[in-house]
Write a protein that binds this ligand. Structure first.
Ligand SMILES: N[C@H](CCC[C@H](N)C(=O)O)C(=O)O
Length: 268
């Protein structure tokens, strides 16, 4: 079966984007995992499917590298908005997301963040502004759902944290019944953060759009700063804006690397 796909990325968080409105594609967790594999497949952090929508410009389905379908993906949303002509409403499991292109930057409104323990979700009630939990040097995090679940730890030096070791422990802790995206952040200036993410279902990525949104919201909610917040990740910088009662906004680049066609019958 010939499959046409776009290889894209948002600050190095990379995607295989398949437009299922123009070709018949039956995506399964197994096929998503196989295509995402960097050694035996095409290779990406997330596999993205564009489908028709009755309520938006298009529907976007998101499959992590482990094959699991999830609610939201900020960097991929910018890529899909740019593919759809630079202005679009994108339907996801995490909500309807409005995006527009301003200069070379794609700006997307995610949802209004949710902080209730059972909206993160957590396995039991606790204050999500200062969660009384810890894993080695990572303690006292903020829990927030921006369409998908995130925990945010503030640390003195993000580069000194063994996130490759602590990330998987936290991601799969029973406290998080849907697992969790793990973010660590360091204040490097007024309204300026440096952060790294261990993503649910993927691992360490060069950038995480929803992670940056969750981290910017967490810093503002903690009173560390006000929006807009500049956030530096290993793959580059996003600007996050939010105030209580509003959707969180993320602005940054979307890169279309190439379009190709592949015979994927070996995967079926
Ligand atoms: N790993 C995330 C999905 C992708 C998030 C990230 N790539 C982004 O840009 O938001 C999750 O399981 O919720």
């Amino acid at each position: 079966m010939a499959l046409r796909f776009h290889k894209m990325h948002g600050l190095g968080n990379d995607f295989v984007v398949i437009d299922a409105r123009e070709q018949a594609v039956t995506m399964t967790d197994g096929l998503a995992r196989a295509l995402s594999d960097r050694k035996t497949g095409i290779g990406c952090d997330q596999l993205i499917l564009i489908e028709p929508s009755a309520v938006a410009t298009a529907k976007m389905r998101i499959f992590n590298a482990d094959g699991g379908e999830v609610e939201s993906c900020g960097n991929a949303t910018r890529c899909v908005v740019s593919l759809l002509g630079g202005e679009a409403t994108v339907e996801t499991l995490g909500g309807l997301l409005d995006g527009r292109t301003i200069g070379g930057t794609v700006s997307v409104d995610l949802i209004e963040p949710r902080f209730d323990w059972d909206a993160i979700p957590l396995a039991y009630a606790m204050d999500t502004a200062r969660m009384p939990v810890g894993w080695d040097e990572l303690t006292d995090p903020v829990g927030v759902n921006v369409g998908n679940p995130h925990v945010v730890f503030f640390v003195d030096d993000v580069d000194a944290v063994p996130l490759d070791i602590l990330g998987p422990q936290i991601e799969t802790d029973p406290l998080f019944p849907a697992r969790i995206n793990v973010n660590i952040a360091q204040v490097v200036g007024p309204n300026h953060l440096k952060m790294r993410t261990f993503e649910r279902g993927v691992g360490l990525t060069r950038a995480c759009g929803t992670g940056a949104c969750a981290t910017g919201v967490a810093a503002i909610r903690r009173g560390l700063m006000k929006g807009p917040v500049t956030i530096d990740m290993p793959g580059g910088t996003l600007v996050i804006d939010w105030a209580p009662g509003r959707p969180v906004n993320m602005a940054g680049p979307a890169t279309h690397v190439f379009t190709a066609e592949a015979d994927i019958s070996a995967f079926q």
